[in-house]
Design a protein around this ligand. Structure first.
Ligand code: SF4
Ligand code: SF4
Length: 478
């Protein structure tokens, strides 16, 4: 990770790296983590709020995303949910299409398309996802921190809330957190079990569905713990994306950055025109930072690009009658006065990869059969020669109905032409997305396999809508 260090960044680090004056430990020279004090204790953050133009836009988007997240599991296409990740049944439904673990080719293409899209967005726009779309940021900054502000007031520059909460207010805040976490946990679970099953479970006692209740309780506890205590630590120590960004960004990527050439040398108090930079060292940009860093120390892994420091600094600039944008969206090259171009190898290669994988995915999806069929030998004796000099092979057909309606299936032998096949049971009928293992019996003249041991066989399976599949397998004989 490259970074432009300001002349007194180590002093700023030491200021953040506070330590109890009575502690026998010596303060470390360097800040290891912005939320770690010199004596190893956590530095609890209580960021102030800058209500600038970026915050207004992020708030609008955040509430739209929350509404989308809550509504999505209730929406359906052709009777199927738009999204359902049914891990127990090993079925994944996206936009009305159900995928099975056997669809590894399709799932791989889908995942690759998403992966290349993330890489492309990061190469062009830096951590746009972290600051604007990630559920952790959206819920923490636009649901749980506003709850804190209702109970404790808005934090000032020093990061202290206006009031300290008495037990009653703390309990009330805890209950509000619990209600929100319960709601979120139920919404989250509906992506995995569907809204209909969730509604049924909610009308039962925990004893009637202990597993689901356990998952719900764990999800609620996890959300409570995350949004009450873990907070920014998730972005800083648990999320792998922050770590990956150093390889996905380059010097032309759009990032939230401090204009060191314009801001330095920073100074306190009134500026002497021309002698000093525009940064008046007011500390507003650090007071609003939800990860506790100082943007003036350059590009840092902890920066989630939330734009709060832009809003805070623009406000200061307006008040001291300087142009906005001392902290702004820019690239490292643009800050160094180099020409900025969107066109470069990675911004051309990533879209081509996205186009290729997405096209392949859509083509394979549209040509996907309405059912899957595979013929496998039955366990036990591979063949039997009947008294009538007839060769008999027993097989099983693994049949999966991929449609959303009931289907009936027929089977006939194409090769060898003298072979006859029939279902061991009645003609099979499969419900929507149902999968069954069905026994079949194939008979043929006994001389068919003479001298070979086994021969190639082809069966044709047809569904009620006359869609057919040819399935190849091998018949055994003497
Ligand atoms: S808010 Fe702006 S002026 Fe104040 S310290 Fe930060 S960069 Fe400097
Ligand atoms: S440095 Fe600025 S953009 Fe980065 S996390 Fe802190 S406030 Fe947000």
């Amino acid at each position: 990770m490259s970074g432009t260090q300001s002349s007194d960044s180590s002093a700023a680090n030491r200021a953040l790296n506070v330590i109890d004056p009575h502690s026998p430990l010596l303060p470390s020279d360097e800040m290891v983590l912005p939320t770690l004090q010199g004596d190893g204790k956590r530095r609890w953050l209580n960021p102030a709020l800058a209500k600038g133009k970026y915050w207004q836009r992020r708030r609008f988007l955040a509430y739209a995303l929350i509404a989308f997240f809550v509504t999505l599991p209730h929406l359906r296409i052709g009777g199927k949910p738009i999204v359902l990740i049914d891990i127990v049944a090993r079925e994944f439904t996206f936009f009305g299409h159900t995928f099975y673990p056997t669809d590894t080719d399709l799932l791989l293409l889908l995942l690759l398309s998403v992966f290349f899209t993330v890489m492309f967005i990061t190469a062009v726009g830096g951590r746009l996802w972290c600051g604007w779309g990630c559920p952790q940021t959206v819920y923490l900054e636009f649901l749980f921190r506003p709850i804190d502000r209702i109970f404790a007031g808005t934090a000032g520059k020093g990061g202290k809330p206006k009031k300290s909460l008495n037990t009653l207010l703390q309990t009330a805040r805890f209950i509000v957190y619990l209600i929100c976490s319960l709601f979120l946990a139920h919404t989250f679970l509906s992506y995995f079990v569907g809204t209909d099953r969730l509604a049924q479970w909610m009308q039962m006692t925990p004893k009637q569905h202990p597993m689901a209740f356990g998952v719900m309780a764990a999800a609620t506890f996890g959300l409570m713990y995350n949004f009450m205590f873990f907070r920014e630590q998730l972005c800083m120590v648990a999320c792998p994306y922050g770590r990956f960004q150093s390889v996905m960004l380059d010097r032309k990527s759009l990032i939230v950055t401090y204009d060191i050439h314009r801001g330095e040398p920073r100074h306190k108090g009134k500026s002497v025109q021309g002698a000093q930079g525009d940064c008046i060292n007011c500390g507003h940009c650090t007071a609003v930072c939800p990860t506790g860093i100082d943007i003036r120390n350059g590009l840092q892994m902890e920066c989630i690009h939330c734009t709060q420091c832009i809003d805070a600094c623009d406000d200061v600039m307006r008040r001291i009658k300087k142009p906005e944008g001392l902290i702004r969206y820019s690239s490292q090259d643009a800050l160094d006065g180099k020409t900025h171009s969107w066109l470069r190898a990675r911004t051309l290669i990533y879209p081509m990869l996205i186009l290729t994988t997405a096209t392949l995915f859509l083509v394979m999806l549209s040509t996907k059969f309405s059912f899957d069929a595979k013929i496998i030998p039955s366990p036990g004796v591979p063949y039997t020669v009947l008294a009538s000099r007839t060769l008999q092979n027993n097989f099983r057909v693994r049949l999966t109905n991929r449609t959303s309606i009931m289907e009936k299936y027929t089977i006939e032998m194409l090769e060898p032409a003298t072979a006859v096949v029939h279902w061991s049971d009645v003609q099979p009928e499969l419900g929507p997305n149902e999968s069954k293992l069905l026994p079949i019996v194939i008979t043929a003249p006994v001389g068919l396999t003479a001298g070979k041991g086994n021969i190639k066989a082809v069966a044709k399976i047809t569904d009620s809508a006359s869609n057919s599949r040819l399935v190849t397998f091998r018949m055994s004989g003497p």
